[in-house]
Design a protein around this ligand. Structure first.
Ligand SMILES: [Fe+2]
Length: 330
């Protein structure tokens, strides 16, 4: 989440609709919801999504500040991050829409889309619905407007400066901090490593149990930074049900399956054609190329380590062909 705010620029209907929700505009895009659906309109078309799926995707786009590359809410609507500005698009990465010339996008300043999306998320999320939670651990998104869930949608994102459990950095998760062991990870040992430090290096040496840490995650499909070495970011996450976005990469991502199993549907990033299905079992490692998009299915809550290269140079290097879209030559 960023400190830049321009809430006065958010275009919101003064009145609520019959179901109690405000309607929003961003450029030529229009957003409205009713009891079950989100409706998106743009000058050349219109789209409809189940509102729970829309809010789960919106939650991640907001919390990740538009993430790396493309956040597809589904096969039609989404955002592409240019790290300072964001493209908001409809049908742009969909062959059928492009051939019919119904695709459309606008490039907007990041603070404006950030604040607009935060406002939609806040207004459209009802009491009891947690867009970050497994569908098994949240109430429904549906119905006429009732209450809000500000605490759930404004969670602080874990972003270690060096590593979890380094003095002054992100802290371990405990019962006392509200992070109880998830029902699906009751078997995970909770003991922490013994650390024997040479005197004088107490602030420099740290360790923690990543399995215990992840067993206490309250949210799903939310990579958060637990260790940093220059541009090398370890972003583990716990997964259950379906990744609520289809992520279009602008760089290579490595996946290390730490427990259980995830099936990844992998498509061409720009056209959407099916490229592969990857089933990862505990211990499997794979690299997602920079020219694909992917969506994961996790039948039981699982632990996944996403290894990101945070270099700001990568999107241009890959787009210009100076760096390949794949990570390694065999
Ligand atoms: Fe990805």
């Amino acid at each position: 989440m960023s400190v830049d705010t321009t809430p006065e620029l958010v275009v919101r209907s003064p009145e609520t609709n019959a179901q109690g929700y405000h309607e929003f505009s961003l450029g030529e895009f229009r957003f409205k919801r009713d009891e079950f659906f989100a409706y998106i309109n743009w000058p050349t078309g219109a789209h409809i999504m189940s509102v729970d799926a829309f809010l789960r995707a919106l939650q991640r786009d907001v919390a990740w500040d538009f993430f790396y590359g493309i956040v597809n809410f589904d096969g039609v609507f989404g955002t592409m991050n240019h790290y300072g500005t964001v493209d908001i698009f409809a049908g742009r990465y969909n062959d059928a829409y492009r051939k019919a010339e119904l695709d459309y996008y606008e490039n907007v300043e990041t603070p404006l889309i950030r604040e607009t999306f935060k406002s939609i998320l806040g207004d459209w999320t009802n009491e009891g619905f947690d867009p970050f939670a497994s569908p098994h651990e949240t109430g429904p998104a549906f119905g006429i407007k009732h209450g809000a869930n500000t605490a759930a949608i404004t969670r602080r994102r874990v972003a270690a400066r060096r590593m979890v459990n380094v003095p002054g950095d992100e802290e371990l998760r405990t019962d006392d901090s509200g992070h109880r062991v998830n029902r699906m990870f009751a078997y995970v040992p909770q003991d922490e490593p013994d650390i024997e430090v040479e005197p004088g290096f107490e602030s420099e040496v740290a360790a923690f149990s990543l399995f215990a840490y992840l067993s206490r995650s309250q949210v799903t499909w939310n990579p958060s930074v637990v260790s940093v070495c220059k541009d090398s970011l370890f972003c583990p996450t716990t997964e259950e049900y379906i990744l609520p976005i289809i992520h279009g990469n602008d760089r290579v991502e490595w996946f290390v399956q730490l427990s259980d199993e995830i099936t990844w549907e992998v498509e061409d990033r720009d056209a959407g054609g099916v490229r592969a299905r990857v089933t990862m079992k505990a211990g499997d490692v794979c690299a997602m190329p920079a020219d694909i998009r992917h969506q994961g299915y996790s039948p039981k809550r699982s632990m996944l380590l996403v290894w990101e290269n945070g270099s700001a140079d990568l999107p241009d290097l890959i787009a210009s062909g100076q760096t390949p879209t794949y990570p390694i030559e065999f």
